[in-house]
Design a protein around this ligand. Structure first.
Ligand code: 1CP
Length: 350
């Protein structure tokens, strides 16, 4: 017997049709909210904030209280995994993350010794999830997450976030043994970390592959699809019912193979993905999630409303979760988020 979930996000991921469109927003907690900035000021630094269950749980719940999204996403960061592996991650105010770059085999081998301790070193994240779970309304879904190996490796190899992926792309091409070893460490650490999150109360997992779009097409299968497929299989082997959303940002025409071969239940789509194409080619297999351009949330107004209605009209006949095509930016007005939330909530489907 398949029970109809009382949680709209879970129902959508189980391909059940609903009377309204469930929604949440990537980066729904963060700097655009004054109450976030107030809590942020209480922590020594960003990592300390992520690893403080009381503060992180409070921040996770802030947008839910204001706007009533259908899902709360754990407040944490994809770079907690390299942090727990001992890579010296720091976040400098207004400057993005910095890491000690990892480019040689000896340093990669040294990371292996930390894999088994990942759950323990990030146990504060589990405590955050458990705290949030006890405070959430029964209709709201709790989402845990991690970065995919390729995206997390890009920060570890380059030493920072950013726009020049020359080091990681060189390593993936000509130092395949070392790079493969690095991705293997990340894959195993990510599986252990996500299992811990599910045991602590995460009801859905999202895998962020923010930088999958820089992969040349001949490397997409090896460094994006294959690791995602193994992570999905490992999580479903230990937690059969866990729905998984993949977000291969800017993957373009590779999306079709990603959806066909990874075993994910839902796919996060960035704003470049054509609505009709995704409806025809992806939605028969997986739940669609997306894809409003975050710039429209910054702009607000009628253009935001028009584009939102167009997305809903295109995708709400099948399994669908409304979201942005990438995260909320810090310049967004909280009023625009209220207007968008009310708009999506009040569209009733026939
Ligand atoms: O000073 C601050 O307050 C730091 C800003 C900030 C915040 C609020 C960072 C630094 N991370 C976060 C939280 C965060 N990161 C969440 C929380 C939950 C929510 O959505 O509300 C999530 C899911 C992430 C995931 C994340 N971190 C991604 C994948 C999603 C995406 O946006 O593409 C990536 C790429 C990161 C790395 C990262 N962390 C922080 C920054 C500024 C960055 C990006 C740096 C870059 O552009 O390369």
């Amino acid at each position: 017997v398949t029970l109809i979930s009382t949680k709209p996000i879970l129902a959508a991921l189980m391909r059940q049709t609903a009377a309204r469109v469930p929604f949440w927003f990537m980066r729904q907690a963060g700097r655009y909210l004054p109450e976030y900035r107030a809590v942020r000021a209480q922590a020594r630094d960003f990592i300390a904030l992520c690893l403080n269950p009381k503060l992180a749980a409070e921040i996770t719940l802030q947008p839910i209280r204001r706007y009533g999204m259908d899902a709360a996403i754990l407040f944490a960061d994809i770079l907690l995994v390299p942090h727990a592996l001992g890579c010296g991650v720091t976040f400098r105010e207004g400057d993005g993350p910095q890491l000690e770059p990892i480019r040689d085999g000896r340093r990669i081998a040294a990371l292996e010794t930390s894999i088994d301790r990942i759950g323990e070193r990030l146990s504060a994240v589990g405590e955050t999830l458990t705290r949030v779970a006890t405070q959430l309304d029964p209709a709201t879904t709790l989402i845990g997450f991690a970065g995919s190996p390729w995206t997390v490796a890009s920060y570890m190899v380059e030493g920072r976030g950013g726009h020049d992926f020359s080091q990681i792309r060189r390593m993936a091409r000509v130092e395949q043994r070392d790079f493969s070893a690095l991705c293997d460490v990340l894959e195993r650490a990510t599986i252990a970390y996500l299992r811990m999150q599910i045991d602590a109360g995460a009801e859905v997992i999202q895998l962020f592959d923010t930088w999958s779009g820089v992969l040349p097409s001949d490397e997409f299968e090896r460094w994006c699809i294959a690791p995602t497929k193994r992570i999905v299989a490992a999580l479903k082997a230990s937690h059969a019912a866990i729905p998984i959303i993949g977000f291969p940002r800017l993957a373009g025409a590779n999306l079709e193979a990603y959806v066909r071969h990874t075993g994910i239940d839902g796919v996060g789509l960035d704003p470049t993905v054509p609505l009709d194409w995704a409806g025809q080619n992806l939605q028969p297999r997986v739940t669609l999630q997306g894809n409003l351009d975050p710039l429209l949330l910054t702009l607000g107004g009628d253009e935001m409303e028009r584009c939102t209605r167009r997305i809903i009209a295109a995708w709400s006949q099948g399994p669908f979760i409304f979201n942005l095509g990438h995260g909320i930016t810090p310049d967004v007005s909280p009023d625009h988020v209220a207007r968008l939330s009310n708009l999506v909530r009040n569209v009733h489907l026939s």
